[in-house]
Write a protein that binds this ligand. Structure first.
Ligand SMILES: Nc1ncnc2c1ncn2[C@@H]1O[C@H](COP(=O)(O)OP(=O)(O)OP(=O)(O)O)[C@@H](O)[C@H]1O
Ligand SMILES: [Mg+2]
Length: 249
């Protein structure tokens, strides 16, 4: 693995260990994500992607190691204001409409009512939900929920945004929309950290990527350094690290 030389990391994880139900699920994870870059986090089901993301966001506490976002390891309110997060499942408030859901999330941030209303309309348009903004979330399809989940993650114009499988369940138009949105965020200087299984999306929009397998980081590199299709690389890395030595290479 070549060393990533990133000067000002937006996200820095050092030696992160996590146990859940007495079982170790993360083993000494080290990651550094450059400011303004797009990072794709890959790994088989149950590998530890969501757990890592939750630990970065302070939603679960690390058992060892440190995590910092924008240089802040305490995750102060000031830093939280600059973070966006789209969880794996957004389906929480089925009696709110899409518009109300965005408003609810926007109220956590210091943004005037007028600006928030404008932002809500902008986001509904961006995520392709203009015509269903007044429909209850309980009546949204899976892909529509993904879209509104993505919308709430960017309501505060975050500097760093964490997306847990933002393309999952989306139709090809939705997937393209998410890719374009990620690229637009990058263009505006936002750092994007997303978990995914879609290797071609990583190849097309990410600057760097990492692969986690059974709680161990087994690859971490720049996309431009890949000398073979990511699918081939991914399968090789998982295969190499499935039996025997699981150390980072
Ligand atoms: N609440 C929990 N309690 C106990 N174990 C958990 C819990 N959540 C996750 N785990 C375990 O932690 C490990 C990592 O799970 P995690 O959800 O981080 O995987 P993932 O890489 O996000 O998978 P997927 O691609 O399926 O979303 C798995 O072995 C899982 O069973
Ligand atoms: Mg997950």
């Amino acid at each position: 693995m070549s060393t990533l030389e990133i000067k000002t990391p937006a996200v820095l994880i050092e030696n992160l260990d996590k146990y859940l139900d007495g079982k170790q699920v993360l083993f000494g994870i080290n990651l550094s994500i450059g400011t303004g870059s797009v990072f794709g986090f890959l790994g088989p089901n149950g590998a530890g992607k969501t757990t890592t993301m939750k630990a970065i966001l302070g939603l679960i506490l690390p058992d060892a190691g440190t995590v910092s976002i924008l240089g802040d390891s305490t995750l102060s309110n000031e830093t939280k204001e600059k973070i966006g997060f789209m969880p794996e499942n957004t389906y929480l408030y089925k009696y709110l409409t899409g518009r109300e859901f965005l408003r609810f999330n926007g109220k956590f941030f210091q943004i005037s009512d007028i600006d928030l209303e404008a932002k809500i309309e902008e986001i509904l348009h961006k995520v392709g939900l203009d015509t269903v903004g007044d429909k209850l979330l309980g009546k949204y399809s899976k892909g529509m929920l993904q879209r509104i989940g993505l919308g709430q993650a960017i309501i505060n114009n975050p500097s760093v945004v964490f997306l847990d499988e933002p393309m999952s369940g989306l139709d090809p138009i939705g997937r393209k929309m998410v890719k374009d949105l990620i690229l637009e965020l990058k263009k505006n200087g936002t750092t994007v950290f997303f978990n995914t299984h879609i290797l071609s999306d990583v190849e097309s929009i990410c600057d760097s990527f990492a692969i986690i397998h059974q709680g161990h980081l087994v690859a971490n590199d720049l996309v431009k350094n890949l000398d073979k299709p990511l699918e081939e690389y991914f399968i090789e890395k998982i295969h190499e690290n499935t039996e025997g030595n699981l150390e980072v290479r």
